[in-house]
Design a protein around this ligand. Structure first.
Ligand code: KG4
Ligand code: ZN
Length: 396
């Protein structure tokens, strides 16, 4: 039960993340110390195009990942300059060049790092291997493999969605622990982001069963598309949520009424494209532009519809699987109306039901959740995989 230092790498979409976590297991729990959690967001770049373009995102990750890694080591106090520059062995350089064949621009910065700095004291590397955009996932994976080779340490392929589930265990504080009491199993996890809307039955850490998913748009995607219809920049989810809040506090009743797709279906699937189309037709019927007050009203009714469906289906899953707790993760878990409605209706449904949300910082994509998920996975698996590949549709 040795203390270990884990480096985590996230590059599944438009955020590059590097985190460093120190794990110290004891007989009853594991104590964690967050040494670094660095994030570089590409939102500003993609904003002007109204979405994420994989090739452009890949280039940004490749540009940012090494400087972010160095910043993370510096903050972790793991960065030590060599007394004199180390010459790199031609064989090592050859292997490194092969590993980074598709990210050739990263070779010289990594070589520079190895020549300048001593090998940092890291025991394992966790990297997101999916789901996500394959071109961007490859940047993180190939960087992880390069470091694994240079430092001679294992690399653990980590599922991004497992990261979102476990993100609720990480508080704002620098230190925290995980024990058998941290989660109450079985639990239902609602994962809501720009790319996913899923309900997962969790029997234990590492034991996941997908019980429902969206058949078309993800919840975050629907928020972003509705924002776009009102000419707000990508990703517009937070803006819609803010307008909805203003609508709720200033307008007595709503002029609009939108459908709650699949709210009473017998399964746990979702569908948000019909709702999105209903919003589109409403805006079109009003001549294409809306007053500020109507924008608030429409945002409120739209948010009500999405949250209604998410809450009803989550609680239905809790009932069916006799779950003791609910864990919400992903970008849309930052939505304050979702938080308050799930808490309110969850308590009404069962006062003992525990409902966990990540901190607002960890709702969005980040490397810290990947580091934690990867570390816990490394304790479960018998052997580290020899090869890792990007899997855009990786399942839990
Ligand atoms: O998990 P995430 O950062 O990236 C993905 O893996 O997709 O989620 C981003 C999504 C975007 O669609 C964004 O609009 C949405 O989460 N989002 C929100 C809120 N904050 C972020 N949607 C509704 N309300 C919010 N407050
Ligand atoms: Zn995500």
């Amino acid at each position: 039960m040795a203390t270990e230092i884990i480096l985590g790498i996230e590059s599944s979409c438009d955020d590059t993340g590097i985190a460093v976590l120190k794990a110290s297991p004891t007989k009853t729990k594991t104590n964690f110390e967050i040494l670094a959690n660095e994030l570089s967001s590409q939102t500003k770049l993609h904003e002007q195009y109204g979405g994420v373009f994989p090739a452009m995102a890949k280039r940004e990750h490749a540009k940012n990942i090494v400087p972010l890694f160095i910043a993370a080591l510096e903050n972790s106090k793991l960065l030590k300059k060599r007394k004199k520059i180390k010459e790199i062995d031609p064989k090592v350089l050859k292997k490194l060049t092969k590993l980074l064949e598709r990210e050739a621009e990263m070779v010289s910065v990594i070589v520079d790092f190895v020549q300048t700095y001593e090998t940092p004291k890291i025991d394992k590397i966790a990297v997101t291997s999916g789901p996500g955009l394959e071109p961007t996932l490859w940047v993180g994976i190939n960087f992880a493999r390069a470091l694994g080779f240079l430092f001679d340490i294992p690399v653990i392929p980590t599922n991004h969605m497992e990261g979102h589930i476990l993100s609720v265990a990480i508080p704002e504080a620098k230190t925290f622990s995980i024990s058998s009491e941290s989660f109450q199993f079985p639990l239902i996890s609602l994962l809501v982001s720009g790319g996913h809307t899923e309900l997962v039955l969790v029997k234990d850490i590492g034991k996941y069963t997908l019980i429902g998913a969206t058949r078309d748009d993800a919840a975050g995607e629907a928020f972003d598309k509705v924002a776009r219809m009102m000419d707000f920049p990508y990703p517009g989810g937070p803006k819609i949520s803010q307008l909805a809040h203003e609508g709720r506090t200033t307008l007595a009743f709503s002029e609009f009424s939108f459908p709650r797709p699949m709210i009473h279906s017998s399964d746990f699937d979702f569908s948000f494209s019909g709702l999105k189309t209903a919003v589109l037709y409403t805006i079109r019927d009003m001549g294409g532009t809306l007053s500020d007050s109507r924008k608030k009203d429409l945002s409120r009714e739209f948010e009500d519809a999405v949250v209604d469906v998410l809450v009803v289906k989550t609680l239905k899953a809790v009932q069916k699987y006799k779950a003791s707790s609910v864990v919400v993760g992903g970008g849309v878990s930052a939505n304050l109306w979702l938080r308050s409605e799930l808490l309110r209706r969850g308590k009404e449904f069962n006062p003992n039901l525990k409902i966990h949300f990540p901190t607002l910082m960890l709702s969005r994509d980040n490397a810290l959740m990947i580091t934690l998920a990867g570390y816990l996975k490394s304790l479960r698996i018998k052997k580290f995989p020899r090869t890792i590949k990007a899997e855009g549709n990786l399942k839990l």
